[in-house]
Structures are given as structure tokens and as C-alpha cells.
Design a protein. Structure first.
Length: 221
């Protein structure tokens, strides 16, 4: 039986897949959106939703669990990236970490430094978590913190389908289920009836033989 085969292999080993998922999630929390393939976006989406749920909880146990799953990464503020590139290695170490070796959490002016690096994990629990919690209370919903927007263009090389994975805004309402009859829904309905072993129903279409048999009255001899 096909046990423990959930998820996508992505042509990578287990450790490479885990590192890829962490890097994509960290980049999403840092920039708010990222551009990748549709398959990778679908694979990392559930992982990101779980981390945001932990950030909404906000407890110490949730923070420890998120750190074990995501790890941490430093973020250089966009307005200070040019200054960071011109720094020496010793100066960069002071920007990234304190004297004790701990990673800086928030961007603050410190002795001898105009700025310091931020932390992805701190941003997740200090900004994204409270924002999503406020959204849940406002809309009365749970989950659905990300969206996938498929792009028409393809990736160079293998022509893989591209998509944008982004965090939803605080005022973005959940998408309602459409009741319109579209070609895509018709195909899905036909596919379901075929694989479920049900006979396909023809709406508004009847065979000529059946119509003639029902419409013609018996002739009197």
C-alpha cells in the first residue's frame, strides 16, 4: 500500500527539499511575496500557513516550534543595503550579531552602528502574526493567509509554469465559491462521473431513436 508518500519530491533529496522549503518561506516573510514555479508554491503554501498559525498563537512553545521548523535568518533593511555592501567583514558581523553571538531581532541604532539587522522569526511573530490575527477577528475566518497567482509566462529552460505566492492583506476578504457554470467545472463534473462509475447525464439532449419512440403513437390497423 502507498503509505507515507504525501507531498512532492521536486527531484531533490530529503535534506535539499527541507532547505528549499525553509528558504522559500523565509523569503516570503521577508518580502511579502515571491515568484517561483506553481509546484513549489503549492508545496510551500501549507508550510507557511502552519507557521503563521503558530505566530498567531504567540506563546513560548509556539515560538520554539516555529524556530525548530523555520530556523532564523537575518534581514538587512532595504534602505541600508548599500551601506552594508561597503562594510568590512568585521563590521558586518557587528551588524548581524551582538557581542554574545545572538542574532539581532529588530533594526535599532546601537553603539558604533547606524543600523542593525532584523530577524525573520521576530518579524513573523511581531508583525505578520498580529496582523493575521486581527484579520481573523475582523472577517470571522481562519486560515487562508496566502494566495497563489498563476502567471501566463513560462520559465526559461524547462518552460515550467510560474506563479506568485504572496501574503494576503488585512482587508482582503476570503474568496467566495462561485456558482457559475464554467467550462472548467463542466469538465470536472464529467471526469467525476466517469471515474465514479456513474452514467453521464445528457442535459437537454436526447437520442433521435428515443425521441421518435416516445413521440410516435401506435398505428391503428
Amino acid at each position: 500500500m502507498r503509505h507515507r508518500v504525501r507531498g512532492r519530491k521536486l527531484a531533490r533529496t530529503n535534506k535539499h527539499r527541507l532547505a528549499l522549503r525553509r528558504n522559500l518561506a523565509q523569503s516570503l516573510f521577508e518580502h511579502g511575496e515571491l515568484r517561483t514555479t506553481v509546484i513549489k508554491a503549492k508545496e510551500v503554501r501549507g508550510f507557511v500557513e502552519k507557521l503563521i498559525t503558530l505566530a498567531i498563537d504567540g506563546s513560548l512553545a509556539a515560538r520554539q516550534r516555529a524556530e525548530a521548523l523555520l530556523r532564523d535568518r537575518s534581514i538587512i533593511p532595504a534602505e541600508h543595503r548599500e551601506d552594508y555592501d561597503r562594510m568590512s567583514d568585521a563590521k558586518r558581523d557587528k551588524v548581524l550579531r551582538s557581542r554574545s553571538g545572538r542574532r539581532h531581532r529588530a533594526n535599532k541604532t546601537r553603539p558604533g552602528l547606524k543600523f542593525s539587522a532584523e530577524s525573520v522569526l521576530h518579524k513573523l511573530f511581531a508583525e505578520i502574526g498580529p496582523r493575521m490575527k486581527q484579520r481573523n477577528e475582523k472577517l470571522g475566518s481562519r486560515g487562508g493567509y496566502t494566495r497563489i497567482i498563476k502567471l501566463s509566462e513560462r520559465r526559461l529552460g524547462d518552460a515550467g509554469p510560474l506563479a506568485i505566492l504572496q501574503l494576503v492583506g488585512p482587508d482582503d476578504n476570503a474568496r467566495t465559491k462561485s456558482s457559475a457554470r464554467t467550462e472548467r467545472k463542466r469538465r470536472a463534473r464529467v471526469k467525476y462521473t466517469v471515474y465514479a462509475g456513474k452514467p453521464r447525464a445528457h442535459r437537454g439532449r436526447r437520442t433521435s431513436r428515443t425521441a421518435k419512440a416516445e413521440g410516435e403513437a401506435p398505428k391503428a390497423e
